[in-house]
Design a protein around this ligand. Structure first.
Ligand SMILES: [Zn+2]
Length: 289
């Protein structure tokens, strides 16, 4: 009897240890070292037809469009921004088109000062994602090498078409960062640039746009930025119009979907739904993890 009891007890303990191991893997992976926030700093003052954001859509709906930066906050460590937002729009966009608060002012709502930002991973050099880099004087900028090379060089050659989304004023800013030793160029796909922070390329939104994956195993957050404008692009598997290669864009939507169990954890670049899916910690700020 005693022996049988002790066997049962041992089985129970064994099961408990196994359960704890599984839980540790699923719920408490290395992502626990980071808190991840989405911060809205601008909204378009008119709605966009969903069909204009998703090629081939038959939807009659319209959606608000918002502009975000994302903060990956390492406990007792780095404060990493994904994208830097803008301080001024491209000439073709009047400032009156936006309800706008400078991204550094939004960060202050959660007690982050501009000098606290240690790194900025720029997903691509469109004006609404890169223009704000000078707001954060201490930050190391991380860009894909091919995206940088194109942005500061080929984009401005005859026959190229940069004026829709690149701001000339942003070129000297990023060149200055390079001269000051504040730019790291990343070359390639699935590169772990910091512990449990990995960048991926693939959507061809710009010459070599990238996105950021935080965490590992089942516990991941994908900061897609413009590698998906809306959740709608992900659920309908429809490309945005602004890409050099719609097939590559679509393939990458599929790839991102394959990386996570819950599509909510693929954070798109311009979707106000982000601010309804996660818990609010300050005006215009939600905590994703
Ligand atoms: Zn963009």
């Amino acid at each position: 009897m005693t022996t049988r009891l002790s066997i049962q007890l041992r089985v129970k303990i064994g099961t408990l240890i196994l359960l704890l191991t599984i839980l540790q893997f699923r719920g408490f992976s290395q992502i626990k070292n980071y808190e991840i926030f989405a911060l809205k700093f601008a909204t378009l003052n008119f709605k966009l037809p969903v069909a204009a954001a998703a090629v081939g859509s038959t939807s009659n709906d319209s959606t608000e469009i918002c502009y975000m930066v994302y903060l990956i906050k390492e406990k007792n460590g780095k404060n990493i921004l994904v994208d830097a937002g803008f301080t001024e729009p491209l000439q073709t966009y009047p400032m009156q088109a936006f309800t706008f608060v400078r991204p550094d002012s939004v960060l202050k709502r959660i007690n982050i000062n501009p000098t606290d930002i240690t790194d900025i991973i720029v997903t691509h050099p469109h004006w609404d994602h890169i223009d704000g880099i000078d707001l954060f004087p201490n930050a190391m900028i991380w860009m894909q090498k091919e995206d940088f090379n194109y942005f500061v060089g080929t984009a401005w050659q005859k026959g190229e078409n940069p004026e829709n989304n690149f701001n000339k004023n942003d070129v000297p800013k990023v060149i200055r960062k390079n001269l000051d030793g504040k730019l790291t160029l990343i070359k390639g796909d699935s590169i772990e640039i910091m512990p449990n922070i990995r960048v991926f390329i693939g959507s061809k939104h710009t010459f070599e746009s990238q996105y950021v994956v935080v965490g590992s195993g089942a516990d991941k957050v994908i900061i897609a930025s413009d590698n998906s404008w809306l959740y709608y692009n992900l659920t309908s598997l429809l490309s945005i119009p602004v890409t050099l290669d719609q097939k590559a864009y679509l393939n990458n939507l599929k790839r991102m979907r394959g990386m996570v169990k819950d599509i909510d954890f693929i954070i798109p670049g311009h979707d106000p739904l982000v601010f309804t899916k996660f818990s609010k910690v300050a005006p215009g700020i939600v905590r994703i993890k």
